[in-house]
Design a protein around this ligand. Structure first.
Ligand SMILES: *[C@@H]1O[C@H](CO)[C@@H](O)[C@H](O)[C@H]1NC(C)=O
Ligand SMILES: *[C@@H]1O[C@H](CO)[C@@H](O)[C@H](O)[C@H]1NC(C)=O
Ligand SMILES: *[C@@H]1O[C@H](CO)[C@@H](O)[C@H](O)[C@H]1NC(C)=O
Length: 326
């Protein structure tokens, strides 16, 4: 098992460069302060003490606390009032001061209910915040909102259906049956509470009739807030399979297929007739199978009585990385 895990990590690194694997391991220990901590300031001993006191009390940055003390003639009480006033009046309100701050960390959420599976991505600025329960609750809300949206779509299906929601479509979705407002309202609340810019990045959903199965896998799994069927992590994949017979192993096969998609990042399904390809192959069925590279994925899946028809793969922050390297 250790071998498999290290192989997967290796493949993830090989495919995507060191950054994503690095971010799986990294925990940036940034304090959840409202404002940026400024550079060290030189000050006399007594005003330094006041500064420390004010900062401890209010949690605002050195820069803002120093400014407050200067403005209020070193009066601690007044400085505190000034700080709070400024925070509102000058719109040091969090959302406004986050202008242009990049969101490329965050979480992928996978939620399965009956024959509907949804995959969502919500971004924040630091991995630290992605571990916060309030952020995870936001991801849960987005997954539930997407699930509800999908349940309300009236369609008679003879085959599977798949859809995507972009950021603005997600913003408009109602948050859920027992929550007021839209997802956008919940986004604003979370930004206010956690002090980081956040983005409801995207969602995908898949709905299947009988005869189909949706395999899924999430890499870098974290404890999810409360829903037992919600899984949170850094990479997620759904694999839509068609299967004629009852197959007791479907869950296991589906998870392996999801692992393959996360690790090998195919771009299309391809066909069983395609030639086997090497490490750089992008057609899923022709790729070397992640867990046994001596065969192709097609050669693994065919004898199982399962055919792969489609997939979705989300990698947390992938769009932002591409935009950065351009
Ligand atoms: C938040 O981040 C997004 C994506 O990085 C960016 O487009 C947007 O301008 C930021 N929002 C704010 C309020 O700065
Ligand atoms: C999101 O999708 C809608 C509907 O497909 C489209 O009209 C809109 O331009 C998209 N918005 C963004 C930001 O891509
Ligand atoms: C999904 O499952 C429900 C209940 O099991 C069923 O009524 C519905 O027809 C299914 N949807 C599709 C698209 O097969």
């Amino acid at each position: 098992m250790w071998m498999l895990r290290s192989l997967r990590v290796f493949l993830l690194v090989a495919r995507t460069g060191s950054h994503p694997a690095g971010s799986l391991l990294r925990q940036s220990p940034q304090p959840p302060h409202t404002f940026h901590a400024g550079p060290c300031l030189s000050a006399s001993a007594s005003s330094k003490e006041l500064l420390m006191k004010l900062r401890r009390k209010t949690g605002y940055s050195f820069v803002n606390c120093k400014k407050a003390l200067e403005t209020c003639g070193e009066d601690l009480k007044q400085a505190e009032i000034w700080l709070h006033k400024q925070a509102q009046k000058e719109g040091w309100s969090k959302a406004a001061k986050l202008q242009g701050r990049k969101t490329k960390e965050g979480l992928i959420g996978l939620l399965q209910e009956g024959n509907i599976t949804v995959l969502v991505e919500v971004n924040c600025e630091t991995d630290f915040v992605s571990r916060n329960l309030k952020f995870q609750q936001l991801v849960q809300q987005v997954a539930l909102g997407t699930m509800m949206h999908c349940q309300n779509l009236k369609d008679q299906l003879s085959t599977y259906s798949k859809g995507f929601l972009n950021s603005s479509e997600l913003s408009r979705l109602p948050a859920g049956p027992d929550r007021e407002g839209s997802l956008k309202d919940h986004l604003a609340l979370a930004i206010g509470k956690l002090g980081e810019n956040m983005t409801l990045k995207r969602a995908a959903w898949v709905k299947v009739p009988s005869g189909f199965y949706v395999g899924s896998y999430v890499h870098g799994v974290m404890q999810s807030p409360s829903l037992h069927n919600l899984v949170l992590g850094k990479y997620g994949a759904l694999v839509i399979c068609e299967t004629s017979e009852q197959n007791a192993n479907l869950e296991d096969i589906g998870r392996r297929l999801g692992q393959h998609v996360v690790g090998m990042a195919p771009l299309s399904v391809g066909s069983l007739d395609d030639e086997p390809g090497g490490e750089a192959e992008t057609k899923m069925l022709s790729q070397p199978y992640l867990l046994d590279p001596s065969i192709t994925l097609g050669q693994y899946v065919q004898p199982q009585g399962v055919s792969v028809v489609d997939f979705v793969r989300f990698e947390c922050g992938e769009g932002e990385e591409a935009a950065e390297t351009e």
